[in-house]
Design a protein. Structure first.
Length: 145
């Protein structure tokens, strides 16, 4: 029996939780670097809000082409913003930690995971996305405090 891949929203939530745990380390960075990470975190939070809207539409109307396209587009943005955060933290955060995040980002790039998750838009996935949004808003707020 083949094992089913972990859901995209779980992978995304895992990366989010890791970055949130790093807040103390990131807070020790210079102000310019902290602000860059905070801006990306805010952009990710806003993007997750749009993904949630798309998932809510898909939960009510599975296969809604506009909602699917929106979710795919926004997930692509999130991956890009996460890469920007990793780049902003290079030289400040332990290279092993960044390598772990980079590996996880590569797994997020698997289009099949995104499409599988989108096809299964439901309350549990929406909740995970909302949690991830909250983590990123908290990270941005914490870096600016």
């Amino acid at each position: 029996m083949a094992l089913k891949a972990v859901d995209y929203t779980l992978k995304l939530l895992g990366i989010t939780e890791s970055l949130r745990r790093w807040q103390g380390v990131i807070s020790e960075a210079d102000e310019r670097r902290r602000e860059r990470v905070a801006k990306y975190a805010e952009q990710i939070a806003g993007t997750l809000g749009r993904v949630i809207e798309a998932y809510e539409k898909l939960e009510k109307t599975p296969g809604d082409a506009v909602a699917v396209r929106s979710a795919v587009r926004e997930f692509g943005r999130i991956s890009g913003y996460l890469e920007n955060i990793v780049n902003a933290l290079e030289g400040h955060v332990d290279g092993r930690r960044l390598a772990g995040i980079k590996r996880r980002l590569e797994s997020l790039a698997a289009e099949a995971l995104v499409l599988d998750s989108i096809k299964q838009a439901d309350a549990a996935r929406i909740e995970r996305l909302a949690s991830a949004e909250g983590y990123f808003r908290a990270l941005a707020d914490g870096l600016r405090a």
